[in-house]
Design a protein around this ligand. Structure first.
Ligand SMILES: O=C(O)CCC(=O)C(=O)O
Length: 283
């Protein structure tokens, strides 16, 4: 089974693994993740229309594994982590970070981008597991990929944080056309995996229910910090350019016998704004 999935992943830069988890587990995790987000977001009282365009694409809570033991079990679930590790052909992988991505009812599309340029990881053996905690189809924030786009020569920093990405600008920057995209219908229990270099986007949520998704990003153990770009996953444990990215903030995700402990050092109060918005753990 792995061989076929691996072949597709290598060729296309993404793959959907059907029925990796049980629907009953997904039902359980949906409630856990919703509660954890409610707790994180308790100080953020803004309505969708008062948020930035980026935030109208999704509510984002990073490193939920640190707050909540149940979510830690999901992020480090060995079925997901083994699959991630097999797909990128790594003997051992670490967690970069996890994050819930909830596209609220009425939330706008997620603009096209690829992930790797946001991360100061030199090597590009990286993968995201996108774990829907509800069925996802064309009406509620379906994720879509540009097949083979992980093989394009250059990385492109597409800035989705500062406002809507113009389709024409995106096409000029990447030579990818909107009609190349392949959207994926996912049901509870399916998990989608994409390479850090694969371009992707997601449709708006036109339904009256939130699209609840948990994601986890993994990278090959032994990878090093490539540049000075700030990122909590390396700056919190003070990993310098050229050093191996190995700390309790990015613990081994596969293979493991026990769940990792919460990182020793919290995030400094310099980042109180992110903490208040629920983006990062408060303690
Ligand atoms: O969930 C979404 O809308 C976008 C997901 C995404 O960009 C990612 O997981 O890399």
């Amino acid at each position: 089974m792995y061989e076929d999935l691996k072949k597709r992943f290598n060729e296309e830069g993404f793959v959907v693994v059907r029925d990796l988890l049980e629907p009953s587990e997904i039902e359980f995790y949906r409630e856990v993740v919703k509660e954890a987000i409610k707790e994180r977001k308790q100080l953020d009282e803004r309505n969708l229309e008062d948020k930035s365009e980026y935030e109208q694409s999704f509510v984002q809570c990073q490193n939920l594994w640190e707050d909540n033991l149940q979510i830690r079990k999901l992020t480090f679930d060995q079925r997901i982590c083994k699959m991630a590790s097999e797909l990128i052909g790594a003997k051992s992988i670490r967690l970069w970070h996890d994050q819930a991505l909830v596209k609220e009812s009425g939330g706008r599309e997620t603009d096209p981008h690829h992930d790797q340029p946001y991360w100061p990881i030199k090597e590009t053996n990286t993968i995201t597991a996108w774990i829907p905690l509800c069925n996802v189809d064309e009406s509620n924030g379906q994720l879509g990929f540009y097949p083979g786009s992980h093989k394009l020569k250059d990385q492109k920093f597409i800035n989705i944080f500062s406002g809507k990405v113009d389709d024409k600008d995106f096409q000029e920057a990447t030579s990818l056309e909107k009609n190349q995209i392949r959207y994926q219908a996912l049901k509870e229990g399916d998990v989608s995996f994409h390479h850090g270099l694969t371009f992707h986007r997601a449709r708006p949520n036109l339904t009256d229910k939130d699209r609840v998704v948990h994601t986890a990003i993994y990278f090959e153990d032994g990878s090093t910090r490539g540049d000075e770009k700030f990122h909590f996953s390396v700056d919190r444990p003070t990993i310098k350019v050229g050093e191996k990215i190995a700390s309790d903030v990015t613990p081994i995700a596969y293979p493991i016998k026990e769940l990792p402990e919460k990182p020793k050092n919290g995030i400094s109060d310099e980042f109180i704004g992110y903490k208040m918005l629920g983006l990062l753990p408060r303690d």
